[in-house]
Design a protein around this ligand. Structure first.
Ligand code: FES
Length: 133
């Protein structure tokens, strides 16, 4: 199974600068880095660009989702190859998992501390959730 990896392309380069010296936003830079990693590994992930994921203060941000699995919003990345490798590695583990849960011991080191939200799967109730009405 694959997963959607959505990269915000309008995120700032840094808290001081919207763009880098080449005129790229941080999000554009992260998108290029993520695309390069996925391409070098032979594809297998759906990568999408989107303007603003509404987590601007946590730039650079990414969103990861797959049918029937909880989605994740992560941020506070720099647009670097190292960050891109961590995001892609986690996305591959997530895509390969049956339920969207990746054991913490498998997390790439560079993704730790970057998650902002874990969002319930669309239309599916998780075993740990409780319907109140
Ligand atoms: S500009 Fe990237 S989350 Fe808003």
């Amino acid at each position: 199974m694959t997963a959607r990896l959505v990269v915000c392309t309008t995120c700032r380069f840094s808290s001081e600068e919207q763009m880098n010296a080449d005129g790229l936003s941080g999000g554009q830079g992260l998108m290029q880095a993520v695309s390069a990693v996925v391409e070098s590994e032979g594809g297998g992930l759906e990568i999408e660009a989107q303007a603003c994921l509404w987590a601007c203060s946590s730039h650079c941000t990414v969103y990861l989702a797959a049918p029937g699995k909880p989605a994740y919003l992560a941020g506070r990345f720099s647009p670097t190859p190292e960050a891109a490798q961590a995001v892609v590695a986690f996305a591959r583990l997530y895509a390969a998992s049956p339920n969207g849960v990746v054991a913490y011991r498998e997390w790439p080191e560079a993704i730790k501390g970057h998650f902002i939200a874990r969002l319930p799967a669309d239309g599916a109730q998780e075993p740990s959730s409780e319907r109140l009405s």
